[in-house]
Design a protein around this ligand. Structure first.
Ligand code: XMP
Length: 512
């Protein structure tokens, strides 16, 4: 394994950002729980440790801590914000509540252009966000930078190779933040860097081969980016010992099956089986209107299909799925465990243990945009890598109420029009998702001299970074007008189109 930097997560909203920045510098990093034991940490064998910020105060009796023995291991360490205050507290310096706190831009005066400030100007713009601050240094430490309101904006001990900064070097509002992180990694911790997607591929391929041996792996393809990248990676490792399965559940968009078939039989050939299970899903969904019930039925039906396919595959011991790093971190967050279930996301691969498969999750340490880079490096076509996310339960959660063949027909036709028109939008590449939703509401209209009584389509077009939050897009009126008039004229069964202008939160992206 390459050199790794451990980031202790004290519940900062920025812990993932620190990880991203360090990886961008070519150093592999993992986020660990703040109370990881000394022995567990040594197993990971980090070349450096970064302590993240966090919302707590070390002045509160019950604040998140760390095993103090770790500080004596001699591993170079950088504490950020709360991380620096915790270092000061454990090493017998002291921390105090500031009079008003310091939030936003600040300018620090740097004492010397050495160690973490090597090669940087004596005066630097930084981003602060703290209520407490260090007022007495631990023994052997020096003040490295200050602001008028914060006498210890950075501290450090060159002997111990332990440093702390009160500001946030990981955010873009600290323009030289990346240089400070690079100084810490390269000059203080002696990192070599060089971690790239091709190193990642080599290591993963090796690991997958060792783990799988002569057995077979089933890889559930959803048509989305993550599962496609998993399949390509496993294909690189074990070729036809992997059986990719794409289930046509009857809840896909127009042309989806043909597109997937074309990609994986000619652009990027791999061992793929397309299973026609339209009837199974539509029969199982009959009469289900509750969103959670629909999701559960779909999840169950997927399981039945994989289970039955596995019996025909020699030693199908493994199931591959596209779990990403944010999911892994979220399920063990410093804020206290998994968040409450808003929607039971069915990730095609999100199957229970009783299925009798061992899971292979090669992307569990990657972020979404790293997955795209990985896919590019593996040679997957751009048309696949730039696909908008599409939920596992498919159109079933975009038809409010009963999922019938007729409703699916109407929604598919409307969706094709939306996709065609969206491609003419100049900022199309900035869109996270654009889709149509079928509403079980009927309204009166007039076409020619005839009265109509037909359904409503809602348009949902959002931008988002990771799907956790989202904003509706201010589409040009002309474009909205064209979409609406085409849908009403070309799709029988629709006589009204509305535009969803809700952000997430408080709404969600999908309607169910
Ligand atoms: P929500 O509706 O929760 O969606 O705001 C956030 C993102 O997740 C996608 N999504 C799903 N993806 N299985 C998936 O694989 C699901 O069950 C599922 N539900 C929502 C949604 O399309 C959006 O990008």
């Amino acid at each position: 394994m390459n050199e790794v930097v451990a980031i202790f997560d004290f519940g900062s909203q920025y812990a993932q950002l620190i990880a991203r920045r360090i990886r961008e510098l070519g150093v592999y990093t993992e986020i660990v729980e703040h109370d990881i034991s000394r022995d567990e940490l040594l197993k990971l064998g980090p070349v450096a440790v970064v302590l993240s910020g966090g919302p707590a105060s070390v002045l509160e009796p019950k604040h998140p801590g760390m095993d103090p023995e770790i500080i004596s291991l001699g591993i170079p360490m950088l504490g950020i914000c709360y991380g620096m205050q915790l270092l000061a507290k454990i090493l017998e310096g002291s921390v105090e509540k500031g009079r008003s706190g310091e939030y936003g831009p600040a300018t620090i005066e740097v004492n010397s252009g050495k160690n973490i400030f090597k090669g940087l100007d004596p005066s630097l713009n930084v981003w602060m966000s703290h209520g407490d601050h260090v007022i007495k240094l631990p023994k052997g430490f020096q003040v490295l930078a200050r602001t008028p309101g914060c006498p210890v904006a950075a501290m450090g001990s060159d002997d111990r190779k332990v440093y702390g900064v009160q500001f946030h070097p990981e955010v873009v509002h600290t323009p030289k933040g990346v240089d400070i992180l690079r100084n810490f990694l390269v000059h203080v911790a002696g990192c070599r860097g060089g971690w790239t997607m091709s190193t990642f591929i080599e290591e993963s391929v090796q690991e997958i081969r060792e783990r799988v041996g002569d057995a077979s792996v089933i890889c559930a393809l959803s048509g989305g980016v993550d599962s496609a990248v998993v399949a390509a990676l496993i294909d690189r490792a074990i070729g036809d010992q992997m059986q990719a399965i794409f289930v046509d559940n009857g809840l896909l968009r127009n042309y989806e099956v043909e597109e997937i078939r074309a990609i994986f039989s000619s652009d990027y050939p791999l061992n793929i089986q397309i299973v026609d299970a339209k009837r199974d899903f539509l029969d199982a969904l009959k009469g289900a209107v509750d969103p959670e019930e629909k999701r559960k039925i779909i999840g169950r039906t997927f399981i039945e299909i994989f289970r039955s396919k596995a019996t025909h595959i020699n030693e199908a011991r493994f199931l591959a799925q596209g779990t990403l790093y944010p999911d892994v971190i979220e399920s063990r967050s410093a804020h206290g465990g998994p968040s409450s279930t808003i929607k039971s996301h069915h990730n095609v691969g999100g199957l229970p243990d009783e299925l009798g498969f061992d899971l292979i999750e090669p992307l569990r340490y990657l972020f979404k945009d790293e997955v795209r880079l990985l896919g590019k490096e593996l040679g997957l076509p751009d048309k696949l890598l730039t696909r908008q996310p599409f939920p596992g339960p498919g159109l079933a959660i975009r038809i409010i109420g009963d999922v019938t063949e007729e409703n699916l027909r109407v929604l598919r036709k409307a969706d094709v029009i939306l996709q065609e028109e969206m491609k003419t939008y100049e900022s199309y590449k900035d869109i996270w998702q654009s889709f149509a939703v079928f509403l079980p509401v009927k309204s009166v209209g007039v076409m020619g001299d005839e009265r109509t009584y037909a359904n409503v389509i809602a348009l949902r077009v959002v931008t988002s970074v990771d799907g956790m939050t989202a904003d509706w897009v201010n589409l040009p009126y002309e474009l909205l007008g064209r979409i609406s008039s085409r849908m009403i004229n070309e799709v029988k069964g629709i006589n009204r189109v509305v535009y969803d202008i809700s952000s997430k939160p408080p709404s969600t992206i999908e309607w169910e």
